[in-house]
Design a protein around this ligand. Sequence first.
Ligand code: ADP
Ligand code: MG
Ligand code: MG
Length: 935
Amino acid sequence: MKDIFEFGPGRADGDGTQKQVLGGKGAGLAEMCLLGLPVPPGFTIATTVCPRYHAVGRRVPKDVMAGVRKAVARLEKALGRGFGDPKRPLLLSVRSGAAVSMPGMMDTVLNLGLSAPCVAGLAAMSGSARFAQDSRRRFLQMFGNVVAGVPHDAYEHALSAVKQKVGARIDTDLDAAALSEVVARYQEVYRQHVGSPFPEDPFAQLEHAISAVFGSWESDRAVKYRKIHAIMGLVGTAVTVQAMVFGNLGVTSGTGVAFTRDPSTGENRFYGEFLMNAQGEDVVAGIRTPEPIEDLAKESPAAYRELLAIRGLLERHYRDMQDVEFTIEDGRLYMLQTRRGKRTAAAAVRAAFEMANEGLISREEAVSRVEPAQVDQLLHPSFDPDAKRDVIARGLPASPGAVTGRVVFTAEEAERRGLAGEKVILVRNETSPEDIGGMHAAEGILTATGGMTSHAAVVARGMGKCCVAGAGTVRIDAAAERFAVGDVVVKALDVISLDGTAGEVMRGEVATVPPGITREFETILAWASAIKRLGVRTNGDTPRDAKTARAFGAEGIGLCRTEHMFFEGDRITAVREMILAETLEARKAALEKLRPMQRHDFEGIFQAMEGTPVTIRLLDPPLHEFLPHEPDAVRTVAASLGVPEAAVRERARRLHEMNPMLGHRGCRLGITFPEIYEMQVRAIYEAAAAETKAKRPVKPEVMIPLVGTEKEFTILRDRLRTVAAETLAKAKVSMPIVFGTMIEVPRAALRAEGIAKEAEFFSFGTNDLTQMTFGYSRDDAGSFLPAYVELGILPQDPFQSLDQEGVGELIRMAVERGRKGRPGLKVGICGEHGGDAKSIDFCHRAGLDYVSCSPFRVPVARIAAAHAAMAERGGPAKPAARKSKVAAKTTGGKKPAAKAKPAAKAKPAPKTKPAPKPKASKPARKKSAPLRARR
Ligand code: ADP
Ligand code: MG
Ligand code: MG
């Protein structure tokens, strides 16, 4: 197994497909080399070395270090510089990168190899003592922090002291002499914290840095990040060692980051930021406020043109939005990174829609680009445009959303309060990777410094969290736990609102409105529906739910819970009267009061569902749920029904159950109180008859809950069918009478063949089925399930995502047996799992006919069902043929420098064929490029 993969202009050992081995960064660099883009040469140590490193007690294996030495020797030769050479020092960056990008989570060391004896050489080579000192102090700080754990503050302190002494406002005001003093102080900082002088041997430095990067894979923050993002199954990080290029070489140099499209909105425009005379992380760290990428046209026109050409080339090549890092060294552009751009849900939808229309990707690919989890974000409310806003500050619209919460100033506090269910907004000058837990727990994030690509902005977008960044007028006094904007003071735990789309910070709460679906999203959903096989229905109990779900594209109701109607308005009184009735006569009289109300509800639902199937479940919960228990409530109910309080108390006591979830409920109620179900069935068919007479189509399906034996079903079905037939006959209307059952008791799954001979459809009630299969009471499981997930006993909460191995096995079996009993049996699922993407994928594979979920999950389910269908046949289809005219438009107005490759094979360029090169780039630069500083 190869450990070291070299890359350089026009050549690379691996390619972009090898993320698992090279890490995302290494793979992207290799691919850009193969594309002929200007990339500083280097090599990547494979991810597979990471577990070896940890296995031997955090040591870089000897054979790997030997390989590293050889690779460095080849770099020296290629560049005409020497690692540790005092005259022409070769400087390296040591970078991390796992297969899945974890922005800012792991470590990087820049300017490595810049030992004390090399500083003069670097100064002579570049003609700038200032540059040499600046690079040295950066190296000291990064190495000290990353490798030896010296706190940032210690360095910041020393830097501020020198700045103050010489009267410098920003870092770039410091001259060579001042910087050399910073260097001296930094060396002292290191000695103080570590207890030994700074290690000046370059290979020792390199080994330490490689070790630190591998080590950072297991750092707390990286582990936490992987947990939050459910990143599993990776072996570790790769380490990329690369020749440095210098953005801090003076005013003709700079560094920046950019997205090929707007990652917030998806708009097809080049989007990014840069800083002149700066290095690496200056842009993302929010230390100096960067400039928008368009302004690079003035600062460095040739590099900007080349960057635009590369933007088009990368998009056409990857056929997706890319996020790139670049550095300009004395007017020359170098690409340092490309990866799939993280985007908001809105951006994912718009970019996918437009790329499909541009012919860059197929419609199937467009659908596959929209993550079901992201869709949720699109369905969140936004602020009411008519609501009053007390705007106190403005910042950058870094990540969309409309949130309200209480102000907290530390990530720990955000985490603590957030986990306790409080809505908080984390307010910081800037965030750092340590804050990840707090950012996750907060509703939104507000930062005072930092740009659109700052840590806060990138991470928030990745999490789908609202973020306003760089609100420059916000002055935070963390010690006093407050921030001020002008003379407005906001204290900890005060309520503020953030509008991540407008970049506004408001005092107090702002009213919200429910989300709307954009034209682009509507189209993507229509494409998804054309791909999916599974039907998507909704769980809805009211005409309003039904209307919402229809608007989101529900193809029917999979579960209408009638008991929810029992709580509406003054009906609960009639329900209680029914429960308290001492005689059958009295019970029937109370039920008669309920019937017209139920009928009216059903009419409304039928109308909203426009003739699509509506599955109505007969009463399910135990009766005690409808009775009062508190003394006050008992008194009120007794008074309103005109019965003695003692009667109410006594009935509640008699109905009390130890384990109500396993008690007198579902069809068991129907068997013992048949008149309840009879009333419901009468109401259903009266409503259906009325609608039919009004020439509106209806398709009711009656579902009997909690069946475990064939007999339970047949007894009820026979009795209720008679009621339905009578009702229809009386109304002189005919229509099919359909009775089916929920499968939610394990015994029903086992007996599915026999039950299916009688029942006309199945719907898996996976909440109960999960509860009963595991034997976990879902109301009480909260006390141990989190520990089970933590300990890895269960991969996830089985009430959130279906337990495919266990409960899923029962479902598969029941589907098979059911269809044996009744060929073509229609089968659906109506538990919470019907809206969970992973569970939907399972339902597709298990051959279900439809999933049913809450109205707001319907779009999620449509996308997930389409993904499941595509996954089954090996992924989305590629676009048929590309029209070059359309493709040319993606380069930001400029003609593409290189011809687009046919999209059908967007594979990495084979080494034998010359890769397309953007005209403006001069990738095959020979040996050492001159290193000249410009002031
Ligand atoms: P991250 O994964 O946190 O983005 P990177 O490895 O990309 O970390 O590096 C951090 C910063 O250092 C980036 O801004 C990058 O552009 C810069 N950088 C990395 N390698 C080099 C290099 N060879 N020359 C100049 N700058 C570099
Ligand atoms: Mg990077
Ligand atoms: Mg149930």
